[in-house]
Design a binder for this molecule. Sequence first.
Ligand code: ATP
Length: 137
Amino acid sequence: TNQTFTMIKPDAVQDNHIGAITQMIEADGFRIVSLKKTRLTLERAGQFYAVHKDRPFYKDLVAYMSSGPIVAMILEKENAVADFRKLIGATNPAQAEEGTIRKKFAKSVEANAVHGSDSDENAQIEGDFFFAVDERF
Ligand code: ATP
């Protein structure tokens, strides 16, 4: 499909980078379909990252993602999932390329500024996790 889902993670919200990050997203040709500042409870963060529940970093990740407000967005562009992962850069900011969102704003592998869906199927599931049908324009 032509949609993906992203979150601006707690560290980047805390550091006042919402504007700079959404600007990079729009400048790269994405249209913002849905946008919401909200906070995940520990339980909801656990649900969102349930695919990682057996990974060693799961508990820390869920605590971190519920530690402060996040900004959730559905984005639209042709080839959205792949193009957005290119724009955010590698999970580990030390490996993120110049010009990527993570290169600019990530602080660590965990506090890496943004999330981006890794497949069309997950983009749909993750968008549905935050947004009702009448919150998409
Ligand atoms: P995202 O799903 O957030 O876009 P990703 O696909 O680049 O990130 P995943 O491997 O799916 O990375 O991991 C999900 C998230 O878990 C990462 O974005 C990061 O915040 C955290 N994470 C991944 N690996 C580690 C690690 N080794 N130590 C701590 N946190 C990690």
